[in-house]
Design a protein around this ligand. Structure first.
Ligand SMILES: Cc1cc2nc3c(=O)[nH]c(=O)nc-3n(C[C@H](O)[C@H](O)[C@H](O)COP(=O)(O)OP(=O)(O)OC[C@H]3O[C@@H](n4cnc5c(N)ncnc54)[C@H](O)[C@@H]3O)c2cc1C
Length: 466
């Protein structure tokens, strides 16, 4: 019996533990933290719940067992993620980002780096250890994140430059990051580590010029600003960070020249988690509105579910939730088979479920009516949360769809490989799709010539601090 959606006894236990945590420990904190205008204070309100997650194995459970992690499969992660996101997807993002930051060390790091960084993350007796995944950059011209794999030299693509000081065996980081989660840590003085994507070769394009580096807390030359105030996912901390002559030991770097592959794989691993997060939010919205529809009459002589229009809306949403859960599980299972090399299906699940269920939450609002807008009900929050799914975790339009397209462009692409759970090796040649556009209205497609004048370095400190 190869296809069976029944949970094992162990998975049922995992689901129960996650549900109990979400309902009993997380739920009571959510409303106050969501409404807190001070974004750092809101994040700090979650610290106790986060420590509980450490104890339960949800904060680092996905890391490999040989380095102290729980070795939790992608499929099992789905079960935990649905329960936590059904209560608050912002909080769940804090946990997810530990994986986005540290799984790259497990995939691309040396044995020594894995022992050191993963060992540290899994052995914190206080359970406060947190890791930042530091990729995204601020909007601007140049600026943004989506074209990290652009073939042009700096300032196309990533702008946090790391220059190797060979004499001292250190990289010197200059530039900014904007959006990374967890990066500021509980006190805005830094996460325990920040895994940063940096430009080690500014004269080269994104497919050869990027690398990853582990920046430990306490490294001088980094400023963390007040976290971004967002529409949804308000419980996770999104940071704005300035690096000024920040010196990091060269031995902390990994995936030299392959930072692009780190980005592509990490946002593949997180794809099915983001997909099931959309399921979690839609499930909660659906259950709330279903109950409402069975009791509220809207001035008529029967509860509104007796109107066929309302019944059809609810049926449509229920179908979408089931379909998206199945797709999320399928994608997670595929990633389990191939050590998270499932760049097309991981992205597909994230894009499809996020888009489908954002729309589903709005349909639920239509079924409920104007009261769905009232903050006395949780439905407006569900819509705010659902709006994040297509935009975060490598935005659907600028990053995830490009990845799917890039895989399909490959001459050897087998359109049945996903259905048959056959491997699709991800190659650098699949990156960069749609990044290089023809010049229009006088704007150059490749701004390589501008690199010397705009590159942040130790010589242009003030620019880096802007
Ligand atoms: C809750 C939350 C958590 C997050 N956590 C993290 C984190 O931990 N670490 C991190 O680094 N970032 C994080 N982010 C940022 C997130 O990953 C974004 O997806 C990322 O910044 C890229 O967004 P974008 O695609 O909109 O990029 P942008 O570069 O701002 O692009 C903007 C838009 O331009 C268009 N576009 C640009 N280029 C192309 C192209 N080549 N083809 C087609 N369209 C294009 C697309 O419509 C795209 O959406 C987080 C964001 C949120 C909201």
């Amino acid at each position: 019996m190869a296809i069976d959606f029944t949970l094992t006894v162990a998975q049922q236990r995992l689901q129960r533990n996650a549900r109990e945590f979400a309902v009993e420990i997380l739920q009571p904190l959510v409303k106050t933290a969501d409404e807190e205008p001070d974004t750092q204070k809101a994040f700090q309100m979650l610290k106790g719940a986060y420590v509980e997650c450490h104890k339960l194995g949800f904060a680092m459970g996905f890391l490999p067992k040989q380095y102290g992690g729980g070795g939790v499969s992608n499929v099992d992660l789905q079960i935990v993620a649905e329960e936590i996101t059904a209560v608050d997807p912002g909080f769940a993002t804090i946990l997810l980002v530990n994986g986005l930051a540290l799984m790259p060390v497990a995939w691309f790091g040396s044995e020594e780096q894995k022992r050191r960084w993963l060992g540290e993350a899994t052995s914190d007796p206080r359970g406060e250890y947190i890791a930042g995944w530091t990729v995204s950059e601020a909007a601007g011209t140049p600026g943004g994140t989506a074209n990290f794999d652009h073939p042009g030299a700096y300032p196309n693509g990533m702008g946090l430059v790391a220059e190797l000081d060979k004499g001292r065996g250190e990289y010197v980081l200059n530039g900014t990051k904007h959006w990374p989660c967890n990066a500021g840590g509980w006190d805005l003085k830094g996460a325990n580590v920040n895994v940063c994507i940096v430009r080690t070769e500014p004269t080269q394009g994104g497919k050869t010029g990027l690398s990853a580096i582990v920046v430990p807390r306490g490294t001088p030359g980094i400023t963390y600003k007040q976290p971004i105030s967002k529409l949804g996912h308000r419980l996770c901390q999104n940071n704005s960070i300035v690096f000024e002559n920040c010196r990091v030991p060269a031995e902390n770097a990994f995936a030299i020249g392959n930072g692009d592959l780190v980005i592509s794989k990490a946002f593949t691993w997180s794809g099915p988690v983001a997909a099931i997060a959309a399921v979690g939010v839609a499930r909660s919205a659906y259950e709330y509105v279903l109950k409402w529809a069975k009791t509220y009459t809207a001035g008529g002589n029967a509860p509104i579910i007796q109107h066929q229009a309302v019944g059809y809306l609810l049926a449509e949403v229920a179908m979408r939730i089931e379909a998206c859960r199945a797709f999320s599980w399928k994608a997670a299972h595929y990633l389990d088979l191939y050590d998270s090399d499932g760049h097309a299906v991981g992205a597909m699940s994230k894009v499809f479920c996020g888009e489908t269920l954002f729309n589903a939450v709005f349909r639920l609002m239509q079924a409920m009516g104007v009261n769905a807008l009232d903050k006395a009900h949780p439905v407006e929050k569900y819509l705010r949360e659902a709006a994040v799914f297509p935009l975060y975790d490598a935005g659907n339009i600028g990053m995830q769809m490009r990845k799917i397209w890039g895989v399909m462009l490959d001459d050897a692409f087998d359109p049945r490989a996903i259905a048959d759970s056959k491997p699709i090796a991800f190659k650098k040649s699949m990156e960069g799709a749609g990044t290089l556009v023809a010049p229009q209205n006088g704007l150059p497609a490749d701004r390589a010539d501008a690199r010397h004048s705009q590159r942040p370095s130790s010589r242009s400190k003030s620019q880096a601090a802007d």
